[in-house]
Design a protein around this ligand. Structure first.
Ligand SMILES: [Zn+2]
Length: 309
């Protein structure tokens, strides 16, 4: 299903005065190659032209305050110039910081080496068992931590009390131990259920999935480095994608693949961001993100409206 934010576009246009840029300016700018006669409808903009609407959105986006908090030499200060991928990692934290084969820590380090960040969806039971050193390490490096339910159980038939425990129980663990309240939830296996959506609504949390599930790099999974590299090759991924991987495969296949493929993607103009950065860099306020469904990407369509899944 395609979800669009027309309101957002209009707000951006009103805030930044993008309406009429192409038509009005071209009439006074002799260097412009655009013909004023091509923009003939509302406020001088041809709203029937999909291309002009996307360009208009991008021009408005570039004036957003969100980019001004970064130094000029940081790609985030002009993130609209790049294709963005939000890499997300499920199921941990499993290994201790002292473990030489620490998968979570290596994922953080490799993303940082490639000037990026990502988001970890940890489970309550793993947090309880293995502690908060790895989540804190991720946070200290600009990553985001999120909620992957307490027991990784299916919430399809969960009663209300169970859904509260599986969702709020994890939020409480985060707040008590590292003072962070997660904004994002992903059920095990992208599970869905009536009471799950009810509790997520009460918590004002956003459900995050991925266009493609089944990366096979979960604990005990059969993913290979080559397979993961192919899956994340520049030809396969697209701007605005949310990618689902795991931080629990003891072979280290996940960070090994990232070490190969991230530099390739970087060279092709991709950059790697947290979920909150993905929304912000695409000009989407979190309050405008649809609730009650899984978000799989954040892409600005040719019609200048945002597509979420
Ligand atoms: Zn999972």
């Amino acid at each position: 299903m395609v979800r669009r934010i027309l309101v957002l576009l209009l707000v951006l246009i009103l805030c930044f005065g993008a309406v009429g840029c192409s038509g009005e300016e071209s009439s006074s700018d002799s260097s412009s190659t655009e013909s004023p006669s091509e923009t003939s409808s509302v406020a001088g903009v041809d709203t029937s032209s999909k291309e002009s609407l996307k360009e208009m959105y991008m021009e408005a986006l570039k004036k957003s305050e969100v980019f001004k908090q970064y130094d000029a030499d940081d790609w985030r200060s002009h993130a609209y110039d790049y294709k963005l991928i939000a890499l997300t990692f499920d199921d941990g934290p499993v290994f201790s910081v002292a473990d030489d084969n620490n998968v979570t820590q290596r994922i953080v380090d490799i993303l940082v080496e490639n000037d990026g960040r990502g988001t970890f969806f940890f489970t309550g039971r793993s947090l309880k068992q293995n502690g908060f050193a790895l989540p804190q390490y991720a946070l200290d490096n600009g990553f985001e931590v999120a909620n992957h339910s307490y027991n990784h159980a299916s919430l399809k038939e969960a009663d209300y009390e169970t859904a509260v425990f599986e969702i709020v129980g994890v939020n409480d663990l985060y707040v008590e131990n590292i003072g962070v309240a997660p904004k994002y939830f992903r059920g095990g296996g992208f599970t869905t259920g009536t009471n799950m959506w009810k509790v997520l609504g009460e918590q004002d949390m956003i459900a995050i999935a991925s266009l493609r599930g089944g990366s096979g790099d979960h604990a005990g999974g059969s993913a290979t480095v080559d397979g993961l590299v192919t899956r994340l090759s520049p030809e396969k991924v697209s701007d605005g994608e949310i990618v689902c991987m795991h931080s629990t495969n003891k072979t280290g296949v996940t960070p090994d693949a990232l070490a190969v493929v991230l530099p390739r993607l970087y060279a092709e103009g991709y950059r790697f961001c947290t979920l909150s950065e993905l929304f912000a860099f695409k000009g989407v306020d979190l309050k405008d993100v649809p609730r009650g469904e899984y978000i799989k990407k954040v892409e600005i369509g040719d019609n200048g409206m945002v597509i979420f899944n």
